[in-house]
Design a protein. Structure first.
Lengths: 341, 190
């Protein structure tokens, strides 16, 4: 599947070797949680613009979590924000895209392998932004959508910067601990922007990731996402409802507050409230609530420290009701070639 | 073509009006022995007529980076900040110079900021912490930014004696005097 992703990228981007601008980024992270889990990860990205104004983005990641023998491996979702932790290097995203601006309109075409464009889905929204856990509705195994879901296909954006429509078709190409069954995925999304607020509505249809003998039908979700940011204060949230497979429903969402005012210097404060309701036969229902608060601290030399505390009530997903997570990341960016006009 | 000819004509007229021949001031900037890219060199000329820039300065957001990394503008210039990435950006400057926050905006949207006072503004994106750039507003029409080889060119400097300034990211400002007579200006940070 990785070869297919790279192949699609090369079709769109026929001469990466002669690209006009290539940037590379490396992030190396290490973390520890009081749930007695430690983690390490590395992401390498190459992005830029090639001939014909075709943009490309390739990302590979390695991540691993370490559980001491004294405690079983699950459950916990710590360090599962946006990358798989399966102790092997994998290509995550690999795509090429081209944007057009005919008469002020916005048309974009993207092909390759990319994160499922449902709601708030980009890496920069969820990876090492102050939280070390994905929202529950976006974690691998919580009966909703995962940040590690990837589409291998194409998507198209049509509209204007103020409001556009996006349609994605592809096959699942997931990299997390759960893999959707083969099938034909579709995501439809509308997004509108006014001043500093962005509102999106997404609809998703795909095969479930659970085995066929257990999960019949298709996974279908509809969600609303909202983002607002001004003067160093960001509010964002996502709310979805649907079914992971027949005769089940998942409803949930989260709201994040991120504050970075000038007097805070290198510190960004973060907080999250979230809920997840998975409704099925009584023995398998899941109703979880969680609150998190933390900080992201920029340290000179490309280092970033993150600390967060989370408390969960009702049914338990993370190992301990209250947990403290810590991580340090080192980030490096290099512009290899920059014949920009 | 007509616009270009008009700009050239106006530049010639302006140089003639000053009564002194104008020539490009070229030079290099080094930090120690190494060429210094992204350094800004400008000449004191606070009462010079308005500059005749044909294009509005742009600080692009593309490929999760600001381009250029260092932008020099004359005080009063409006700088456009277009988002040319698929993801959202939130450009802000809180620390020095011009303070502003453009809020969150998506691909295809462009927002302007007028740099109405001289000084250095550090530009960041609130979503992508690796994105950073500088805008240096100078009260002079005579300025240039060095390229990767440390070379710069300041166009149409009238002959005469000037005080020059040089700035580079993370380094001290340098000041000196020069006589603009076609000779190159070499700037060196210790």
């Amino acid at each position: 599947m990785n070869k297919l992703a790279i192949g699609a990228l090369l079709v769109l981007c026929p001469s990466l070797a002669s690209a006009q601008a290539i940037s590379t980024e490396v992030d190396v992270s290490a973390g520890y949680s009081t749930e007695n889990v430690s983690a390490g990860s590395t992401q390498i990205r190459a992005l830029g613009e090639g001939p014909g104004a075709v943009r490309f983005f390739v990302e590979a990641a390695w991540g691993a979590r370490y559980f001491p023998d004294s405690r079983p491996k699950s459950p916990t979702d710590v360090f599962g924000a946006a990358y798989p932790y399966e102790n092997r290097a994998q290509v995550v995203e690999a795509y090429g895209e081209r944007m057009f601006r005919p008469g002020g309109a916005l048309v974009g075409v993207r092909a390759g392998r990319f994160r499922t464009p449902f709601g708030i889905s980009t890496r920069s929204d969820h990876a090492y932004g102050g939280f070390m856990r994905a929202p529950m509705i976006r974690y691998d195994d919580y009966f909703a959508l995962s940040n590690n879901f990837l589409e291998h296909g194409a998507d198209v954006i049509v509209g204007a910067p103020q409001a556009y429509f996006e349609a994605s078709v592809g096959r699942p190409s997931d990299v997390g601990t759960v893999q959707r069954r083969p099938g034909f995925d579709t995501v439809l999304r509308g997004q509108a922007y006014y001043r500093s607020a962005i509102v999106g509505v997404s609809h998703y249809r795909a095969m479930p990731y659970q085995p066929e003998y257990f999960a019949k039908g298709r996974a279908v979700f509809t969600g609303v996402d909202v983002r607002w940011m001004y003067n160093g204060i960001q509010l964002r949230g996502e709310f979805l409802s649907g079914r992971p497979f027949d005769d089940t429903t998942t409803t949930g969402g989260y709201i994040d507050l991120l504050v970075h005012r000038v007097w805070m210097g290198p510190v960004t404060a973060v907080a999250r409230l979230e809920r997840l309701d998975y409704d099925t036969i009584p023995e398998f229902v899941l109703f979880a609530r969680r609150a998190m608060a933390g900080a992201r601290i920029r340290i000179p030399g490309g280092l970033t420290a993150q600390i967060a505390a989370g408390h969960q009530w009702r049914q338990q997903i993370q190992r301990d009701r209250t947990a403290f997570d810590f991580a340090v990341s080192y980030s490096l960016r290099r512009d290899i070639d920059a014949h920009r006009q | 073509m007509r616009v270009s000819l008009l700009v050239i004509g106006l530049l010639v007229l302006r140089a003639s009006a000053a009564g002194t021949p104008a020539a490009d001031l070229r030079g290099t900037a080094r930090a120690g022995d190494r060429p210094q890219a992204n350094a800004v060199v400008w000449l004191d000329a606070p009462n010079s007529p308005s500059s005749l820039e044909a294009k509005r300065p742009v600080l692009d957001q593309r490929n999760l980076s600001f381009s250029p990394h260092v932008l020099a503008v004359r005080v009063g210039a409006a700088v456009d900040f277009p988002n040319n990435d698929r993801v959202f950006h939130n450009v802000f400057s809180f620390r020095d110079g011009k303070k502003f926050d453009l809020g969150l905006y998506p691909v295809g949207v462009q927002k302007p900021v007028v740099f109405d006072k001289p000084g250095l503004s550090r530009i960041f994106c609130n979503i992508h912490p690796n994105m950073a750039a500088y805008v240096l507003a100078v009260d002079s029409p005579y300025f240039g930014v060095t390229d990767d080889r440390g070379a710069f060119a300041i166009p149409l400097v009238p002959a005469g004696r000037f005080t020059y300034h040089a700035w580079r990211p993370g380094g001290p400002d340098l000041t000196g005097t020069l006589t603009a007579d076609g000779s190159p200006l070499d700037i060196r940070w210790p």
